[in-house]
Ligand binder design. Structure first.
Ligand SMILES: C[S@@+](CC[C@H](N)C(=O)[O-])C[C@H]1O[C@@H](n2cnc3c(N)ncnc32)[C@H](O)[C@@H]1O
Length: 369
């Protein structure tokens, strides 16, 4: 399939520049989706799943749900695509089926309600999916957008109508709109599972939602690799080109954000270390101790502890209460020590008038003590 976003005219050049600046085109691998989704299978039964940042020609989210439609017992799968595929190559040529492939280069939506299992073995393979796209009830429409938002924008009225139909939203949203995307799903009271970055946990909006227990992180966090379009510039780190010429980028702090519960979330950490004031110094500008690795959380400490935000996904709600994040809790240093300026982070007193500014911390209390 030819790229529908190939920057040919001046309008497209402007669009292309904006996209480059935002670095939003990170395409998720099928294996990452499979590994995470297996923790939520029962919760998808008889549900309408919406992938609202997903061009079916490119998205492995669409691919995963199409292939597993019957195995998961989905009621409906909807995918909406923002402004067409920016990566040529058509990894899903099975969508090139007359009647379902929308005309032109406009963004579009695909609605799937019917996946015939022609092999009769319950397992859906690619052949079945081809048939599914010709099957009764499965439709595609072009999207037009509205006065405020472009075609396929998750905030546009057309896409909001799909959102209202959906039970669960599963996607990797644009990084540049991540906080707005989550706020949008919360406004419409939707269940979701979306790819994000562990660092987003400390931003005001996400920190507040996590502290309230409205959202949490999914099972996996850490390295995640993504296909990126050919127009992405090479970088010194976390960038490579594979043997097929495909460009890749990776995040060391990839993760999932969700409001779907899953069994592993309730597994408690095995703690072994005992508290001593020397091993766990208190912060200067908040009443909590510093625990620099979540594996060293003292087993016998009943009060507030600051731990790295990258450990949020390891915290069972049955074991720890999340009190808040350093950005919201830290007192300005100037209020405590004349001449000191820092704020928004915790500080440790190193002696001799020196203070160490810590990275973002999540503050927890062991509720089992
Ligand atoms: C991080 S990429 C992930 C794509 C796909 N969900 C996947 O995981 O492979 C985010 C996608 O959202 C699209 N996008 C950007 N702004 C959007 C918006 N306002 N509404 C909907 N989609 C948007 C981008 O074009 C991009 O394809």
């Amino acid at each position: 399939m030819a790229s529908s976003l190939a920057p040919t005219g001046s309008g497209n050049k402007a669009l292309s520049k904006a996209k480059i600046a935002k670095q939003d085109e990170f395409y998720t691998q099928l294996s990452d989706i499979e590994n995470e989704l297996r923790h939520y299978r029962e919760q998808l039964h008889d549900k309408v799943v919406l992938c609202n940042c997903d061009d079916p020609y490119e998205s492995n989210f669409f691919r995963y749900f199409a292939l597993n439609f019957n195995a998961l017992g989905l009621k409906k799968l909807i995918a909406t695509c923002y402004d067409g595929s920016s990566v040529a190559g058509g990894r899903l040529p099975l969508l090139d089926i007359e009647g379902l492939k929308p005309e032109g280069k406009q963004p579009y939506a695909v609605e799937i309600i019917n996946v015939p299992d022609v092999n009769g073995d319950g397992a859906i393979d690619l052949t079945d999916v081809e048939l599914l796209l010709k099957s009764d009830g499965n439709v595609s429409h072009t999207l037009k957008g509205d006065a405020e938002y472009g075609a396929g924008d998750f905030r546009s009225a057309e896409c909001v109508n799909f959102l209202k139909q959906a039970d669960v939203v599963v996607t990797n949203p644009p990084f540049s709109l991540f906080r707005e995307f989550i706020a949008h799903l919360i406004t419409y009271n939707k269940k979701f599972l979306v790819v994000g970055n562990q660092n987003q946990v400390a931003t005001d909006e996400i920190a507040a939602l996590i502290t309230n227990g409205d959202i949490w992180q999914g099972n996996y966090s850490g390295d995640m690799a993504f296909r990126v379009p050919d127009y992405y510039e090479p970088r010194n780190s976390r960038f490579w080109i594979d043997e097929n010429g495909q460009k890749w980028r990776s995040l060391g702090t990839g993760c999932w954000y969700t409001n779907l519960d899953f069994a592993k979330r309730h597994e408690k950490l095995n703690l072994f270390k005992k508290y001593t004031p020397d091993d766990f110094p208190s912060y200067v500008n908040y009443d909590a101790i510093e625990v620099s690795r979540y594996t060293e959380i003292p087993v016998d400490y009943p009060d507030e502890m600051g731990i790295p935000v990258t450990a949020v996904s390891k915290l069972s709600p049955d074991q720890f209460e999340i009190v808040g994040f350093s950005g919201m809790l830290a007192k300005p240093m100037a209020d405590l020590i004349p001449g000191q300026t820092g704020s928004g982070r915790f500080y440790l007193d190193l002696g001799g008038g020196e203070f160490k500014r810590m990275y973002d911390r999540v503050v927890v209390r062991n509720k089992t003590l």
